[in-house]
Structure formats: structure tokens, C-alpha cells
Design a protein around this ligand. Structure first.
Ligand code: SF4
Ligand code: SF4
Length: 157
């Protein structure tokens, strides 16, 4: 973000981070519902702190999770290579509800013959389709089936 802003002659005044459930299940496991609940609850006071700092127009480095930022920048190159939609698969349990196609922020999925089909070569790899599927029928690169689904209960999408 800092680099993108700098290219426009702008600078980031404050940097904040909140630790939440990591739903990137090609790498992380979010199959423990109780742990997800605890982590989501623990994020609330952190969010309140960040809201207070933003309202107060705080300037500076307030990221208390620098380790995650470091990992994030390290895996950036790998992420670019993994964004190919050819890695998605749909299991027999799909009931053709179309929710995945409807909610994809990149309009990368269309329903064809009652099944989701990825019509763009690359997507954001947000995994929203995988986590919101009511049948957990979408998998990615054969790595996600045992790692659960999670949608933050505070979201309304
Ligand atoms: S959300 Fe799941 S069940 Fe519904 S169409 Fe997509 S893959 Fe099939
Ligand atoms: S991972 Fe996200 S961007 Fe990619 S197809 Fe699924 S919902 Fe769309």
C-alpha cells in the first residue's frame, strides 16, 4: 500500500493491523470452529483500538503484528503464481445454487449447465466462493478439503 501511494505522490500516515481468522486455507487451517470463535472475539477490542486511533488521526506505525506483515511480503510472489483459476475444482455435492458466482468480487465465475465455471484465467484468490458455498463443494489445488470454512459472522455479504 505504501508503495502504491508513493507512486501517486501520497504517503501512508498510519499503519494498523488486526489479527483475525486466516481463511487462506491452501496454507492455513480454519477447521476448528471454537478457535475461530475465540479469535473473532479477540479481534473486537483490537478493532475498537484501531477505530479510536483513526478517529484521533493518529500518525505513525501501530502494527503490532509485524511478523504477519513479513510473511505476507514473502509469499507475495507465490500468491501471484497461484491466482490461476485452473486450480479450483467443484465436487459432486454442488447443488447449483449459484451463490459462488453471485458473490465473486471479480465476476470470475459463471454458472454453466447448473455448475460453476471459472471464466477468467486469474482471480483475486480471496476464497470467498470456497468459504461461502453451503455445501463446501469448492476446493482449491487439492489442499483445502480438510481445512474447513469460515465466514466472519459480522459480515453481511
Ligand atoms: S455455492 Fe457451492 S453449491 Fe452453490 S453453485 Fe457454487 S459450488 Fe455449487
Ligand atoms: S477466490 Fe474470490 S475472486 Fe476467485 S473465484 Fe472465488 S470468489 Fe472469485
Amino acid at each position: 500500500m505504501s508503495k502504491l501511494l508513493a507512486a501517486k505522490g501520497l504517503s501512508l500516515q498510519g499503519r494498523f493491523a488486526v489479527r483475525m481468522v486466516d481463511t487462506w486455507t491452501p496454507m492455513f487451517d480454519c477447521s476448528d470452529a471454537e478457535k475461530n470463535r475465540r479469535d473473532t472475539e479477540a479481534a473486537e477490542p483490537e478493532i475498537d483500538t484501531v477505530i479510536g486511533q483513526i478517529k484521533a488521526k493518529a500518525v505513525g506505525e501501530f502494527n503490532r503484528h509485524k511478523g504477519f506483515s513479513l510473511i505476507s511480503s514473502m509469499v507475495q510472489k507465490e500468491y501471484e503464481g497461484k491466482r490461476a483459476t485452473k486450480y479450483f475444482s467443484v465436487q459432486e455435492s454442488c447443488v447449483g445454487c449459484g451463490l459462488c458466482a453471485k458473490q465473486c468480487p471479480m465476476e470470475a465465475i459463471t454458472m454453466q449447465n447448473g455448475k460453476p465455471t471459472w471464466t477468467k484465467e486469474k482471480c483475486a484468490l480471496c476464497l470467498g466462493c470456497l468459504h461461502r458455498c453451503p455445501k463446501f463443494a469448492i476446493q482449491y489445488a487439492g489442499k483445502t478439503e480438510g481445512r474447513g470454512q469460515f465466514v466472519n459472522p459480522n459480515t453481511t455479504l
